[in-house]
Write a new protein. Structure first.
Length: 253
C-alpha cells in the first residue's frame, strides 16, 4: 500500500518524521509537506502565486521519497496527486503539534489536508497529539499504524484522530466519538508597538466554551483515551434541507 504523508507544521517537524519513520518499514511512504509551518491554514489553496516543489531529504529515513512545497497543506495534497502523480491508497496528515478537537477542524491545516484527500476520493486520516512542546511522537505514530487496517475496512473517507500526550502504555484505549461543540472564547491580546499603534496577538493561553462532560473528542482525550471521529466532507444540513423542501412543496400546492 502506498501512503502519502503531509502536515501543516512543515517538513522539518518531529511529528512528520515520527510518522514516516514508523510506517516506512511496513508501507511505501512518500512525504509531500509545506516547506514552512502552515498551522491554521485550514483548507486554503494558493491561486495567485506559483507553487514550487523541491526534492527533500529526511535524515535517518533513506527509504522515504520526500518533497517540500511552498504552499498550504491542501496545496501539498493537490500537488502530490495531480502534479507528481503519486496516486496514494491512503493519506495521513500529521502528527500535529497540539490537538485538533471540535471547532479546530475548521481551522486546522492538518485536518484539511486530510479533507482534501477525501474530497479527491482518497481515504485520509488526520493525527494530532496534545502539547505544543511535545518531542516524543512515538505513541501517536503507533496508534496511526494500528488504526490503518480498521480505517481501510470502515468505508469511511476521513478520520480525525487525537492522542493524549502520554506514553503508549498509559493510553486507556480508543473511543469512536463525535466532535465537541467547544469554541474559542479567550480575548485577543492587545499590545502597542514602539510607534504607539495598537496591534493584536492570538492569545497565548486559549480558553474554550464547550461540552467537556459529554461523549465527545474533548471529554475522552481529557480522560486519557484516543478519540477517533469520522468526518464528512459534505456540509449539507440534510434535515434542514428536507424541512425547507417540504415547506416549499406545501406553498406550491
Amino acid at each position: 500500500m502506498r501512503i502519502l504523508i503531509t502536515n501543516d507544521d512543515g517538513i522539518q517537524s518531529e511529528g512528520i518524521y515520527a510518522l514516516a519513520r514508523r510506517l516506512s518499514d511496513i508501507y511505501e511512504v512518500i512525504v509531500v509537506a509545506p516547506d514552512t509551518e502552515r498551522s491554521g491554514a485550514a483548507h486554503s489553496i494558493t491561486l495567485t502565486a506559483p507553487l514550487r516543489v523541491k526534492k527533500a531529504s529526511m535524515p535517518g529515513i533513506p527509504n522515504v521519497e520526500a518533497y517540500k512545497v511552498n504552499g498550504t497543506p491542501a496545496d501539498c495534497v493537490i500537488i502530490a496527486c495531480r502534479a507528481l502523480d503519486i496516486k496514494p491508497d491512503l493519506i495521513l496528515s500529521g502528527i500535529n503539534h497540539g490537538y485538533n478537537l471540535g471547532v479546530d477542524v475548521h481551522y486546522s491545516g492538518t485536518v484539511n489536508a486530510a479533507m482534501e484527500g477525501a474530497v479527491q476520493g482518497i481515504p485520509a486520516m488526520a493525527v494530532s497529539m496534545k502539547g505544543l512542546t511535545s518531542t516524543d511522537f512515538s505513541a501517536p505514530a503507533q496508534i496511526a499504524e494500528e488504526l490503518i487496517p480498521e480505517f481501510m475496512r470502515s468505508g469511511c473517507m476521513l478520520f480525525n484522530v487525537n492522542v493524549p500526550d502520554l506514553p503508549y502504555g498509559e493510553l486507556k484505549g480508543i473511543k469512536y466519538t463525535r466532535m465537541s461543540d467547544r469554541a474559542y472564547c479567550a480575548p485577543f491580546e492587545r499590545r502597542t508597538d514602539p510607534r504607539n499603534v495598537d496591534y493584536y496577538w492570538w492569545p497565548s493561553r486559549v480558553e474554550y466554551d464547550g461540552c467537556a462532560n459529554e461523549d465527545n473528542d474533548e471529554y475522552w482525550t481529557d480522560n486519557g483515551y484516543v478519540s477517533v471521529t469520522p468526518i464528512m466532507t459534505n456540509s449539507t444540513n440534510e434535515e434542514a434541507l428536507c424541512r425547507l423542501k417540504d415547506r416549499q412543496a406545501a406553498k406550491e400546492e
